[in-house]
Design a binder for this molecule. Structure first.
Ligand code: ADE
Ligand code: ZN
Length: 326
């Protein structure tokens, strides 16, 4: 079984991390005070007690409420910088965070405030911590495709900071086909594409993300194991899956980590990676996701090395850049 020090020392990329989901309760209270906002919680202990989820939606309701403390460019900088310090202690050498602009623009925060704050921290991460990065703009799938198109339009002046688009929020009832046009527009702008699919939604949503959105990676994707034909397709194409073990257990996709299918997918030849999703809400950053697999699934060193290599190889870095990290 792989040890914590071995897992920390492996060079890793994180490919599925919602920057708003890295907001720790302590920083949330600090920002609430700085911005004169009343929180629905009295203290950190009360916040942590509220993080008891029974499915994706019960988490999202709280996650969007917490994001309300983020108001200024400096707030987004501080949020991102705090995450990068966790990357440093976990042995992450490259990260591709998501952000949800519509969560902020809907409340009157301008796209530029959000992007510039995050991008400035990512630049400092490269220069001061030697952690490279690519930023991914996610559309909220519970909103309309027209809203997503408007969001893409607002992002156009900031494309130098954005590498890809993604699709997140409430999956069930909001299939990838709803966003076919806006993904085509994004690809025409030269952006890469990813989409959450097969987290709570059926394998059919994974097929749609591949065939209709032409994604470069699938986020989560764990429900692919219910469809043999899809499994074979994923092995053959080596399409990356960004799996988030602690998230899946906290949101009850699996009752316990010992039931998680990630190592079965890995051993079946799929290109799976380990990621933390929303670490502040799900009780662990990337290293804790790895150690949990060692503890509950007896992950060995060879499996851990493969998962870490997959993460770097599945990033949006150039082949040359990947070589320097492997
Ligand atoms: N937004 C933040 N985390 C998410 C997840 N795991 N699934 C869908 N939307 C999200
Ligand atoms: Zn996610």
């Amino acid at each position: 079984v792989a040890s914590e020090s071995f897992l920390r020392s492996l060079p890793k990329a994180e490919l599925h991390l919602h920057i708003e989901g890295s907001l720790e309760p302590e920083l949330m209270f600090e920002l609430a005070e700085r911005n004169n906002i009343e929180l629905p919680y009295a203290n950190v202990a009360e916040v942590k007690k509220a993080y008891d989820f029974h499915n994706l939606q019960s988490f999202l309701d709280i996650y969007y409420r917490c994001a309300d403390v983020l108001r200024t460019e400096q707030d987004f900088y501080d949020l991102t910088w705090a995450y990068l310090l966790h990357c440093q202690s976990d042995g992450i050498v490259h990260t591709e965070p998501f952000f949800d602009p519509q969560t902020h623009t809907q409340r009157g925060i301008e796209m530029g405030v959000v992007v510039n704050g995050i991008a400035r921290a990512l630049k400092d991460g490269e220069e001061k911590l030697d952690i490279s990065s690519k930023l991914i703009l996610c559309f909220l799938r519970h909103l309309s495709e027209d809203d997503a198109i408007e969001c893409l339009e607002q992002a156009k002046p900031h494309l130098e900071h954005i590498a890809a688009v993604g699709l997140d929020s409430s999956e069930l009832g909001h299939p990838p086909e709803k966003f076919e046009r806006v993904f085509k527009m994004a690809k025409d702008l030269g952006l890469k594409a990813v989409a959450h699919a097969g987290e709570e939604g059926p394998p059919e949503y994974i097929v749609q993300a591949l065939d209709l959105l032409h994604v470069d990676r699938i986020d989560h994707g764990v429900r692919c194991s219910e469809d043999d034909e899809l499994m074979q397709r994923l092995v053959k194409s080596q399409m990356p899956l960004t799996v988030c073990p602690l998230s899946n257990v906290r949101l009850k996709v699996y009752e316990h980590m010992s039931e998680h299918n990630i190592l079965k997918l890995l051993d079946a030849g799929l290109n799976v990676t380990v990621n933390s999703d929303d670490p502040s809400f799900f009780g662990g950053y990337l290293l804790e996701n790895f150690t949990s697999l060692a503890e509950h699934l007896n992950m060995n060193e060879a499996q851990a090395v493969k998962l870490a290599h997959n993460s770097i190889n599945s990033s949006f870095l150039s082949d040359e850049e990947k070589q320097t990290l492997l």
